[in-house]
Ligand binder design. Structure first.
Ligand code: NAP
Ligand code: ZN
Ligand code: ZN
Length: 347
């Protein structure tokens, strides 16, 4: 066992604190990663605050992990010491079910092993990336292209793939009109990726406060959802809406923005239900869908896509002791656009 420095939540209400956690000894197919940066996803906050259900405290969260390989097990063939690598929201899956065989490990029918708060094969609870090292099966370790700086690569492992996957699945591209609701960590990546795919992108944010940024990220248009006129002006306008909001939204109002056969995909994961009035679906034969992160091969595809297109998240790098303050700022939508922990501050 390896004892490593980390930050952990001890309850739903207390601040996160410095601690140490255990990493397993390297198995033959495991990779030891010295973590350099870990992004702060709103899912970390939902989790540690107990908003999604019971939490196995103390818990170290973090599933936007990048670093360097420092040791490999005897049978590892995909990664070598010194490689720049990343780990996202999953560290294992059953590999045998139909969804795993289809490369959709995020939808493993036997439940994938989450990077944190999951029961691992050895019965221990997985611990996430707000720590100096992690041990992960090589199949769930991604290659980080050299052109993406470490700190900017981290948010791609969740915010990047979670928006790339539905944009790719629902075929955002030239000739399609895409709206992105909420421009935080996921939302700003959705704007950049959809624009790079060739779609015409509109941002729907609570206010116009981040309009210049949205346009700089590639959006063609930007509207405030606090203004009811927005919903009139944009009615029947979009092929695809990516909802990244961490709280419930007025589904009828947003579904009304879809044109014929349009789809509203929720990647935002508020703890409360999102009630859908069926009559809002009848008009224009609209669909409401959900999407969860992406498969491992698709995550690699996304990293390579971002490297080729020169797309990277906007990050604010913080030290380990600023995490609690960063959480408060995320909750106030005061994030530009992803906090990333410099893990050197934990060593
Ligand atoms: P974030 O950085 O906090 O961004 C959420 C954005 O939503 C905010 O920046 C804000 O944008 C908007 N917003 C927040 N509260 C709102 C409210 N009450 N009403 C309207 N708009 C509001 O969070 P994130 O890390 O991008 O994550 C977003 C959500 O996706 C979370 O629920 C997270 O758990 C979920 N998630 C899901 C997956 C998945 O696999 N499906 C993966 C990762 C994250 P504006 O300031 O522009 O209005
Ligand atoms: Zn996440
Ligand atoms: Zn499976």
């Amino acid at each position: 066992m390896l004892t490593v420095n980390a930050i952990a939540a001890t309850s739903a209400t207390d601040p996160l604190v410095r601690t140490t956690i255990q990493r397993r000894d390297l198995g033959p197919r495991d990779v030891l990663i010295e973590i350099r940066y870990a992004g702060i996803c709103h899912s970390d906050i939902h989790t540690v605050r107990g908003e999604w259900g019971e939490v196995p405290y103390p818990l170290t969260v973090g599933h936007e992990i990048v670093g360097q390989v420092t040791e490999v097990g005897a049978e590892v063939s995909k990664h070598a010491v010194g490689d720049r690598v990343g780990v996202g929201c999953m560290v294992n899956s059953c590999r045998e079910c139909d969804n795993c065989k289809a490369g959709q490990e995020q939808y493993c029918l036997n439940g994938n092993t989450g990077t944190y708060a999951s029961v691992d094969a050895d019965g221990t609870i997985t611990q996430g990336g707000y720590s100096t090292h992690v041990v992960v099966d090589e199949d769930f370790v991604l290659r980080v292209p050299v052109s993406i700086p470490y700190e900017k690569a981290a948010p791609l492992l969740c915010a990047g793939i979670t928006t790339y996957s539905p944009l790719s699945h629902w075929k955002a591209g030239p000739g399609t009109k895409v709206a992105v609701v909420g421009m935080g960590g996921l939302g700003h990546m959705a704007v950049k990726i959809a624009a790079a795919m060739g779609a015409e992108v509109t941002v729907l944010s609570q206010t116009l406060g981040k309009k210049d940024d949205g346009l700089a990220f590639g959006a063609r248009d930007y509207h405030a959802t606090s203004d009811p006129a927005t919903f009139e002006a944009l009615r029947n306008g979009f092929d695809l809406i990516i909802n990244t909001v961490s709280a419930p939204i007025d589904m009828a109002a947003y579904l009304g923005l879809l044109r014929l056969d349009g789809t509203l995909v929720s990647v935002g994961a508020p703890p409360q239900p999102l009630p859908v009035p069926v009559f809002a679906l009848f008009g224009n034969r609209r669909s409401f869908a959900g999407s969860s992160i992406g498969g491992i091969a698709e995550t690699q595809e996304m990293l390579d896509f971002c490297a080729e297109r020169g797309i990277a998240p906007e990050v604010e790098v913080i030290g380990a002791d600023a995490v609690n303050e960063a959480y408060e700022r995320v909750l106030k939508s005061d994030v530009r656009y992803r906090f990333v922990i410099d893990v050197d501050s934990l060593r």
